[in-house]
Design a protein around this ligand. Structure first.
Ligand code: G6P
Length: 614
């Protein structure tokens, strides 16, 4: 939800900001803007639309300033428009702000400021905040840093902000609560961004602000971090980034999503590399080993997540119950946080999040911690808020995922969760030696089996062509592949805007069967291991109602082939790992349909990759 970027140093700020905004566009892309500051004042350029529209609009902007801010927006308060775009000026025109998050008490603050003579040009909560800061500066006669601090202590909500003062063209003040903010530390220069991708080619030294922290960035001066509430000084912790530039570029693919689908064999190998030695029967992850007792003795595992990560949680439920024999509940984080959940000591909460920034998942973690549960984070983004808020955790190491529709994050989440389940299953003595070794060996073969599944890409393109004009689509699966059906349907609706539903195959007869006619494509996951005969019966039921069947089958299957309109083969594997293979053709099917329909695959309408608001 919104990407923020900033620069202060010796270089021209504008190209750094624009390139940075392009990299952060996955966070929101309905409007964008930049502000550049020099001795002559602050120059602002913003527009509804994407970063490319912004560059076109800023053609005549003076590009020499060495300090500036940029923003790419996902609208919360106020529709996408030029006026609602960030940055926002304060009333005097002295201050400029960019903001990612929501100021929840913006309405009373706005009214109070209006009573004091302030006026507002936009509908945003952000314009309220910048004027509140200005009001503090004027009334309390304090400098920008102090004014930001005082103003933030009057707000309720979430923010990552950066503020500049016209009168001080060598200073940026930043602060965070609930929304991410990374500071790249260069040679007498600083970069600010929602994640580290905008500055990866300039510096590998990054400081991730923690919630409730602010910093004043000035050239020729060391950076100072303070606690927003009590003003105490905090020692900056500089982290070395592992990311490189190739990982965040398209590498010859037409879209990030396609690149990320094809990266899955290597991403999964990276997930288990160094953690699993299949031939020696070793699984070793420090986050698990250090807390083995908690997992072994857990009364219950509660998985909290959103979107695709929630689907990975559902797959994990099957795997944990099957292998670790621990009861599992999978919760939408957004529901969990507003119930009065029964959770406490002896429970383990696993929070799954690609970005590690999802606001609802963060809130679920807080509730679990307050009630004494042990929290284990499964995140992809290193140093993210969820990874830091958890008691322990494991990174998926999938590499940056930029396409808004999640692909490799899903399969690597399943991989790491499988490793955890296997480690606990072994610890609890639930698996014979033979079973345990066979799981590990099979998991090691998954990357090669995905490579084989990807070979069907051209065939899947033809299937996509046959169904690209469908208005609705049903996805069915059973057991481990029921969550895959949900994920397949989500992928299709997210990027093609075709209505799609995922169902447990047997539930079809309790409702969805009424929808089936010759217009309705039904994608059925019908692999050999996984209630095959039952799914075959479901396929017959669809056939007799003239539905069109696209079946995902195990290599060499003949029975379903005779019944289905189209079949897509995947290699055979352990039933528990079939989701890692059956997901692949569903990702490709959605991708090709979306491209054929001319959709913006990497940045589908209304969505954002990182949802840092409720
Ligand atoms: C958004 C994204 C989804 C993602 C979900 C959860 O809706 O568009 O792709 O699955 O957030 O995100 P997380 O980063 O917590 O996995």
């Amino acid at each position: 939800m919104c990407g923020i970027v900033g620069y202060i140093g010796k270089k021209e700020a504008y190209p750094i900001l624009i390139k940075g905004l392009k990299r952060l566009e996955y966070r929101g892309y309905d409007s964008a803007g930049v502000a550049l500051s020099d001795q002559n004042g602050i120059h602002l350029c913003k527009t509804r639309g994407k970063v490319d529209d912004l560059s076109a609009k800023c053609e005549h902007l003076e590009k020499s300033p060495r300090i500036g801010l940029g923003h790419t927006r996902w609208a919360t308060h106020g529709e996408p428009s030029d006026v609602n775009s960030h940055p926002h000026y304060s009333n005097s025109g002295d201050l400029v702000i960019i903001h990612n998050g929501i100021i929840e008490n913006y309405d009373p603050l706005r009214k109070e400021l209006m009573n004091r003579g302030y006026s507002f040009t936009s509908e945003t909560d952000t314009e309220v905040l910048v004027n509140l800061i200005e009001d503090v500066m004027v009334n309390e006669e304090v400098k920008l840093g102090k004014a930001v601090q005082v103003a933030l202590n009057q707000t309720i909500g979430a923010y990552a902000i950066a503020v500049m003062d016209k009168k001080k063209p060598n200073e940026i003040v930043v602060a965070r609560l609930g929304s991410p903010l990374a500071i790249g530390v260069g040679d007498d220069e600083y970069f600010i961004a929602s994640d580290a991708t905008p500055f990866i080619e300039y510096t590998k030294d990054a400081i991730y602000l923690n919630d409730g922290e602010m910093a004043v960035l000035r050239t020729h001066k060391p950076l100072k971090i303070r606690n927003i509430k009590d003003d105490s000084l905090i020692d900056p912790y500089v982290q070395k980034l592992q990311m490189n530039l190739d990982q965040i570029e398209k590498g010859g693919y037409d879209h990030f999503m396609l690149k990320e689908i094809f990266e899955q064999p290597s991403a999964i190998a990276d997930t288990y590399r160094g953690r699993m030695l299949a031939d020696r029967g070793i699984i070793n992850m420090s986050g698990i080993e250090d807390n083995l007792d908690k997992f072994r003795n857990a009364k219950r595992i509660i998985i909290a997540a959103c979107g695709t990560s929630w689907h990975a949680g559902l797959v994990a439920e099957y795997i944990f119950e099957d292998i670790a024999r621990t009861p599992v509940e999978v919760e939408y984080a957004s529901e969990f946080r507003y119930r009065n959940p029964i959770i406490g000591e002896g429970d383990v909460l696993i929070a799954i999040s690609q970005s590690g920034e999802t606001a609802d998942t963060m809130a679920a973690i807080e509730i679990a911690k307050q009630n004494g549960a042990f929290v284990f984070g499964v995140c992809n983004v290193v140093g993210s808020s969820i990874s830091r808020a958890s008691h322990a955790g494991a990174y998926t190491h999938a590499g940056p995922e930029i396409g808004v529709a999640s692909t490799k994050a899903f399969t690597t989440q399943i991989t790491i969760l499988s490793l955890i389940a296997l480690r606990i299953g072994k610890e609890k003595g639930n698996l014979s030696k033979t079973e345990y070794f066979s799981y590990l060996r099979e998991l090691e073969l998954i990357p090669d089996k995905i490579k084989k599944s990807l070979v069907s890409n051209d065939h899947i393109y033809l299937v996509a062509d046959a169904y690209k004009n469908a208005k609705n689509c049903l996805y069915l699966g059973r057991g481990f592949n029921f969550p895959v059906a949900l994920e397949g349907a989500l992928k299709l609706k997210e990027i093609s805007y075709i209505h799609a539903e995922g169902y447990p195959a047997a539930e079809m007869k309790h409702g969805p069967i009424a929808l089936i006619d010759e217009e309705m494509p039904v994608v059925v996951i019908a692999t050999k291991l996984g209630h095959y005969e039952k799914v075959v019966s479901n396929i017959q039921e669809i056939k007799s109602r003239k539905g069109k069947i696209i079946a995902i089958v195990t290599e060499g299957d003949e029975q379903v082939k005779e019944m289905a309109d189209h079949t897509i083969e995947v290699p055979e594997t352990h039933e528990a790992f079939t989701p890692l293979l059956t997901t692949i053709p569903l990702q490709l099917l959605s991708y090709h349909i979306a491209v054929m329909l001319g959709r913006n695959v990497d940045q589908p309408r209304n969505l954002a990759k990182s949802v840092t608001v409720e």
